[in-house]
Design a protein. Structure first.
Length: 446
């Protein structure tokens, strides 16, 4: 095995490219300026395709702006590298040490929204291929970077891609953890719709796949809510006539590791006001983010325990809505879970509405793809103990057969995606480039 295809010039160029892409605040802005997902998302997609064209790739931009791809190499078989250029909102700007949409090197880390999810890993894979090209490697398969634009919400980009384009022979998404993810839980996102409330107004939560770290209330119950928060020992901050309950943000797949601010606010409000949404949150779910109160213990050996995140809550004079993100173990019966959820919601006076569903992913451990990627990872890192993993996360790998999630977070590295001060160690970025270069060489050039 060649020591490394990656040179310092490739590392430097990769950092610069990440900084250029992070500068686009590519957060969903539905139907903005004639684009499906927002002007910044459209701009970063076009910019990235232009970057790949300069490297010699053939590119294609979906006329509707849903996706684009860049392809190089030849042959009937297609290796897909499944990336996304959209990001979650910045969150609380006061918590950022640096501007979220400026990728800044601070010490031995690169900090900025998207450096870990998924602009950083995407560019690591792209410049790994650039390093192969610079070495004179000839590809026996076509290598296609597919750039999605709606991964953080509804995956409409890949739905459209799969309706119109070629399915890959194999591939990977640089959007998870090493060594690789061969199984991903099913992803169910749903709404529970209910009546309004004449004197209660709440709007909390940012995205389905984020445990809400803040939930604010201002109204006639303010003094009582603060008293309840004090009695429960819940953290909060006050500003003028508003109280903001404080939690700990995590990705929905790791909801049990976070603290849900919406749940804690609901607990305080429920002592003074009766409402179906508060009843459901407090009594059907509570602070257990595994859904145990509702479903019992839902777990399996390949993928672990169910994750249940109350991601959003809206109450106003006309209507109310709870937004849910549920990660379902690969062997669990989704329809049975939905039936239980519907019945409980109905008992609380709420109507269940499915928002999005992604089936689970499973690629056998003895497949050529998994065995090749594991071999490269082990040879490059010397890590012979870490095993292929299952995840509650949802990556584009599940949009095509014979695809897995491969990197770019190493065992022991803090996962900061979707959090303030999202960051990636520079050493990890360079190791990732090295691994990707060897893996793509093995899969598409040997």
């Amino acid at each position: 095995m060649k020591t490394s295809f990656i040179q310092p010039s490739h590392q430097k160029a990769c950092i610069q490219a990440i900084q250029e892409l992070v500068a686009f605040p590519s957060v969903l802005q539905e139907n903005q300026a004639g684009t499906p997902f927002g002007r910044a998302i459209q701009d970063v997609l076009e910019y990235t395709l232009g970057m790949t064209e300069q490297m010699g790739f053939k590119t294609y931009l979906d006329p509707e702006g849903y996706y684009g791809y860049a392809e190089i190499g030849q042959g009937e078989e297609l290796l897909a590298i499944l990336c996304h250029l959209d990001v979650v909102p910045a969150g609380d700007l006061r918590q950022w040490q640096t501007p979220p949409f400026e990728a800044v090197i601070q010490g031995d880390h690169l900090i900025g929204r998207g450096v870990q999810d998924d602009k950083g890993p995407s560019m690591a894979a792209l410049f790994a291929v650039k390093a192969l090209l610079d070495t004179g490697v000839q590809f026996k398969k076509r290598v296609r970077f597919i750039f999605g634009t709606d991964e953080e919400t509804l995956w409409r980009c890949m739905n459209r891609y799969n309706q119109l384009e070629e399915v890959a022979t194999m591939g990977f998404a640089p959007d998870s953890s090493f060594p690789l993810t061969y199984a991903e839980k099913g992803l169910l996102q749903a709404k529970l719709l209910g009546p309004g409330h004449a004197s209660l107004s709440v709007e909390a939560g940012t995205a389905y796949n984020v445990v809400p770290a803040k939930a604010s209330y201002s109204g006639h119950l303010l003094a009582g809510v603060i008293s309840e928060l004090n009695q429960a020992g819940f953290e909060y901050e006050t500003q003028e006539d508003q109280v903001t309950v404080l939690g700990i943000s995590r990705h929905s797949k790791d909801a049990a590791e976070g603290i849900n601010a919406i749940v804690r606010l609901a607990k305080a409000l429920e002592r003074f006001e009766s409402h179906p949404t508060l009843d459901f949150i407090v009594h059907a779910i509570g602070e257990d983010a595994t859904g145990f109160n509702l479903f019992g213990n839902i777990s399996d050996e390949p993928s672990g325990t169910l994750s249940f995140n109350i991601a959003g809550l809206s109450i106003n004079a006309k209507k109310s809505e709870i937004r849910l993100d549920i990660r379902i173990p690969v062997t669990a019966d989704k329809e049975a879970l939905v039936s239980t959820l519907q019945a409980k919601a109905q008992a609380c006076g709420l109507i269940y509405e499915e928002y999005d569903y992604l089936p689970s992913l499973y690629v056998p451990l003895d497949s050529q793809l998994v065995s090749t990627l594991m071999s490269v990872y082990q040879a490059k890192t010397g890590d012979l103990t870490s095993q292929p993993i299952s995840s509650g996360g949802a990556t584009f790998a599940r949009t095509m057969p014979n695809c897995v999630a491969f990197g770019a977070c190493f065992p022991g590295t803090e996962q900061t995606e979707h959090q303030e001060n999202e960051r990636m160690p520079l050493e990890d970025l360079y190791k990732t480039m090295d691994i990707y270069a060897e893996a793509i060489y093995r899969l598409a050039a040997e």
